[in-house]
Design a protein. Structure first.
Length: 424
């Protein structure tokens, strides 16, 4: 029984050493090279990729891989294919170095923010990074030379331990749009599930009301059941201008892709179509969170603003689609999990810092894993992969439906079996 992970290193021995430095209680039993020669990389790899196979001191605490080398290989190929075909979604940008860290004096390579962040309005004149050796915060002017990094001497921002504020709170006395922040416009009500969908969803085969749940069955809204059928549910938050412009445009883009699935027809989705559905799912997930009221709010207010600015997804977002048999809540269902993710060597956060969302509309199920950490974990879907078709990150043509069908309690089953995977 063993597990596998991909590591970049010059040699197999170096890959072993790097892994054991992070996990000294494991035993490395194999180290195989990973072939990425067929992936059209924008620039050559700094170091080759290796599949490191290892044993855990107590295998019962972890899900073991049926084929550790194949799993590690697939992880590496998915990541590098993403970098080759859709690098805009990456949580980091380019790397630069080797140069001497001004804090510890060691030769290091630094990770820069992705281009989408550098281009963001109001980003400012400085680029920030951290030394991988001493973890010192570094900065340089974004137009300065590559070797002009300096230690960032500003005090770190205080970490809030209170509940995040609702995103609709503006700078003035009037309520602001949760997306654009405007306080002068009329705040409208947005249908959580678009009313046009009712024309493509079969008649009810179960309950008619949607339910909001969290870990352990704790309600995250002030009501147990939404009082009306799912398609009638409206949530206040966006302004009328946002609702009738870019939000409507996202809806129009996704509609022709969703209709065949709502009608239970097999479809093939190319990467750009997967991107459209991922943006639509992000919009619905943000609107749904606004319906939580002031409780169980994990997604920070600036995520709404950033999605308004450039329609980019959270840095840690992963999205899948599945097929639901309609045996439970119908026509819609929505479930939500808070996650506490602890970075290596740090204390467990006092507030949730990630989330797992599942929702269904008719036969179509969306699963959304998200967090705001620049270097965070990806989900381990090994236990439920037969129920899922990944659409984000988009790494090739995706087929719906996946092999397995979600039964009446299938959404809960899938959400409960998600595990934290490797870190990137």
């Amino acid at each position: 029984m063993a597990r596998g992970i991909s590591i970049g290193a010059n040699t197999a021995d170096e890959a072993r050493e790097l892994f054991l430095a992070e996990a000294p209680d494991r035993t490395v039993i194999a180290c195989e090279p990973i072939d990425l020669s067929d992936i059209p990389l924008r620039q050559p790899l700094d170091k080759p990729e290796w599949a490191v196979v290892f044993e855990d001191p107590d295998p019962s605490q972890f899900i073991q891989d049926a084929d550790p080398v194949a799993k590690a290989t697939q992880q590496a190929r998915d990541l590098w294919m993403t970098m080759a075909t859709d690098h805009e979604q990456l949580s980091i940008g380019t790397r630069e170095g080797d140069f001497t860290c001004p804090a510890c004096g060691k030769q290091v390579m630094l990770e820069l923010p992705p281009d989408r962040v550098l281009r963001r309005p109001g980003f400012g004149p400085f680029i920030y990074s951290r030394c991988p050796e001493c973890d010192a915060r570094l900065l340089r002017h974004k137009n300065g030379p590559r070797d002009s990094w300096q230690v960032d001497t500003r005090p770190p921002r205080p970490v809030s331990t209170s509940e995040p504020e609702p995103p609709g709170k503006g700078l003035g006395p009037r309520r602001a749009c949760i997306f654009c922040g405007a306080e002068g416009g009329k705040i409208s009500k947005e249908h959580l599930w678009s009313k046009w969908m009712r024309d493509h969803v079969e008649a009810s085969s179960g309950g008619t009301s949607s339910r909001i749940r969290s870990t352990g069955g704790i309600k995250v809204a002030s009501r147990n059941d939404w009082p009306s059928a799912g398609f009638d549910r409206e949530i206040s938050g966006p302004c009328k201008r946002c609702n009738e412009s870019w939000m409507e445009a996202l809806e129009d883009e996704a509609r022709p892709l969703l209709i065949p699935m709502l009608q239970n027809q097999e479809v093939k989705l190319h990467p750009e179509e997967q991107r459209i559905l991922a943006r639509w799912a992000t919009l619905k997930m943000l609107i749904a969170q606004e319906g939580h009221g002031n409780v169980k709010r994990v997604i920070p207010p600036n995520r709404y603003r950033l999605f308004y600015v450039d329609r980019k997804l959270p840095v840690g977002a992963q999205i899948w689609i599945g097929r639901y048999n309609g045996g439970g809540s119908w026509p819609t269902n929505y479930q939500y999990r808070e996650l506490f993710i602890t970075m290596h060597g740090q204390e467990e956060p006092s507030m949730p810092n990630a989330y797992l969302v599942g929702f269904t509309i008719g036969y179509v199920a969306f699963i959304y894993w998200g967090h705001e950490m620049s270097r965070g974990p990806v989900a381990n879907t090994k236990q439920v992969e037969s129920y899922l078709t990944q659409i984000w990150p988009a790494t090739g043509v995706a087929a719906w439906p996946p092999p397995a069908l979600m039964e009446a309690d299938g959404l809960s089953l899938v959400l409960d079996r998600f595990l934290q995977g490797r870190w990137i």
